[in-house]
Design a protein around this ligand. Structure first.
Ligand code: TEU
Ligand code: CA
Length: 559
């Protein structure tokens, strides 16, 4: 095997909403420990935990005020160390979220910087003077508004933030900052974490000339995504590649750590540099499905996607990784609505759909990554009013919708569909109050449907989504097929039939075929192969002939 992570399965935990052990309504580390066996049985190897560091939680922990402390609401460092031991006992790995493009405005570095912007800590961030009473340049932050925020009490002085104004960007062109960050990364790796999911990392590379660009919206600003990492950013200083290699050489490489980059806006021809041999990261997420729906310009521009488009995007990205490395396959995370509500056509039953999607995505080449609750087919929340949302970016998208001419109802409906809060409702463990997530009052909503959709009920139902996921990952792990699923070449088939997404995985002389039917009509194929998995009863699919009938919403895996 080339790397220890090649054949692994990842599970993402959003800690606030996973499992509360002490009744304060907030998920915590002891809660995670209590569910390690659950994850093991599911077939999970690597557990990625969204940020658990000290934070004011303006952006739910993606604003870190102390990189070496566990937030009190999640527990203690001793409990975290116990979690590492409990993982080890089960041959599992813990990876943390590394948020180093920015920190919190409550971090002591930033507090000191505000006191003395010209001093040592001022150089940890980007401070610039305004121009003609205006901010230094016209960039729009990801969460709306100008990326430059005026320093309180100082006229005409601004600091830069790619996300919320409470998340000032760290200056990656200051060696002292790099030393601090690398030290911190090594400190966690020495503790025994197996690696990191690396947040919003492409944003560290900026055009330090801070020029104005052509506005792309009624706010007269230009989207930050246009100025980071790519051509516009490369004018001064090292390339993003040099910066990421330096990070790797000083940290991850020495520890053989698994690193999973959250990378948007990479140039296509850079894939090899990112995930090839000696690449910047072990893997990066394949966001090609999300980019089709709601990611780039904001939810106002989001659209429903057809199976044809989804299939084309997946084939394209599978082919791009050929002989290069592994992307991480993902359809859900804490920034996205639930996958059954966004990728499954309405004529397909939701349970069938969850299984259909899981099979088609996680048997592709790449590392499977699932998000808490996806394995139960958890759905979007039936939010009732705009006040129900908590997420900072949802409120921004709502206002953006209004400013682009939507009515309040339209803007609300849009957010209801795409809000990041859909993924942040508390985990549904059983049919007791709040889905058994807490004995107290949860910090956030529990989805109304927890009585119907919960882990305990699904344990006892052989046809549940949960039990299907277990079968799927067990099949992938099965020694007989493992090399095919991990290293096998990807070859699309039936490419010209719009509603059929199908492919082969080929390794040496052996092959596995996955055929999924997203359409409204049954699809017949001639087939003498062994069916090793399907999301529907196959007794009616095969009637003693060589014809295999694949029904709408059905997926079959053939050996
Ligand atoms: O997300 C990075 C990012 O680019 C997001 O703004 C993404 O485009 C958006 O969420 C899609 O709706 C990461 C984290 O995953 C996110 O939770 C954080 O808010 C963000 O970084 C800032 O740290
Ligand atoms: Ca708690």
């Amino acid at each position: 095997m080339k790397n220890w992570w090649d054949d692994k399965v990842i599970y993402q935990i959003y800690p606030k909403s996973f499992m509360d052990s002490n009744g304060d309504g907030i998920g915590d580390i002891p809660g995670i420990i209590s569910k390690m066996d659950y994850m093991k049985e599911l077939g999970v190897d690597i557990v990625w935990i969204s940020p658990i560091y000290e934070s004011p939680f303006i952006d739910q922990g993606y604003d870190i005020s102390d990189y070496r402390k566990i937030a009190e609401c999640f527990g203690t460092m001793e409990e975290f160390e116990l979690l590492l031991e409990e993982a080890k006992k089960r041959d599992m790995y813990i990876i943390m979220d590394l948020v180093i493009n920015h920190c919190s405005d409550q971090h002591e570095w930033f507090k000191k910087a505000l006191k003395d912007p010209d001093g040592r800590y001022g150089k940890y961030f980007y401070f610039e003077k305004g121009v003609n009473g205006q901010p230094p340049s016209n960039y729009r932050s990801y969460f709306g508004g100008n990326m430059w925020e005026e320093v309180p009490g100082r006229e005409n002085l601004y600091y830069l933030h790619s996300f919320a104004k409470q998340q000032p960007d760290l200056n990656w062109y200051n060696q002292e900052v790099l030393d601090e960050l690398y030290d911190m990364v090594n400190w966690w790796l020495d503790k025994g974490v197996a690696g990191f999911r690396i947040d919003a990392i492409i944003n560290i590379k900026k055009n330090l000339l801070f020029e104005n660009y052509e506005a792309d919206g009624p706010d007269n600003l230009c989207g930050v995504e246009k100025i980071v990492a790519g051509a516009l950013a490369s004018k001064k200083g090292p390339s993003i590649g040099d910066m990421l290699q330096d990070l790797r050489n000083n940290t991850f490489k020495k520890h053989d750590a698994f690193t999973l980059g959250e990378v948007f806006n990479m140039k296509e021809d850079e894939l090899k540099e990112f995930i090839g041999e000696d690449g910047h990261f072990s893997s990066i997420f394949d966001f090609s499905l999300h980019l089709l729906t709601n990611c780039e310009q904001g939810w106002y521009y989001a659209k429903d996607v057809s199976v044809k488009e989804m299939k084309a995007a997946l084939i394209k990205s599978q082919e791009s990784t050929k002989d290069i490395g592994f992307m991480t396959n993902v359809v859900e995370n804490h920034d996205q609505p639930r996958s059954v509500d966004i990728f499954i056509p309405e004529w397909i039953d939701k349970n069938d759909g969850s299984k259909l999607l899981a099979t088609s995505i996680f048997l592709l080449k790449g590392i499977p990554c699932i998000y808490q609750g996806q394995e139960l087919g958890m759905t979007n929340m039936d939010f009732k009013r705009v006040e129900d949302f908590n997420d900072i970016s949802t409120l921004d998208q709502y206002n953006k919708g209004l400013s682009l001419g939507m009515t309040e109802t339209e803007a609300f409906d849009m957010c209801k569909k795409y809000s990041r809060d859909n993924a942040r409702t508390v985990m549904q463990w059983d049919d007791s109050a709040y889905g058994g997530f807490t004995t107290g009052t949860p910090w956030f909503w529990s989805n109304q449907n927890y009585k119907a959709i919960n882990a305990k009920a699904q344990e006892n139902d052989p046809n549940s989504v949960l039990n299907y996921y277990r079968k799927l990952f067990a099949l992938r792990r099965n020694k007989k097929y493992n090399n095919i699923f991990v290293y096998g070449e990807f070859k699309p088939i039936y490419e010209d039939i719009d509603d059929i997404f199908a492919y082969k995985r080929v390794f040496c002389e052996e092959e596995i075929t996955v055929i999924s039917n997203w359409g409204k009509e049954a699809f017949d194929i001639e087939c003498d192969k062994e069916i090793i998995l399907s999301n529907k009863d196959i007794s009616s699919s095969k009637n003693n002939t060589n014809i295999l009938k694949i029904y709408p919403g059905q997926v079959v895996v053939l050996h």
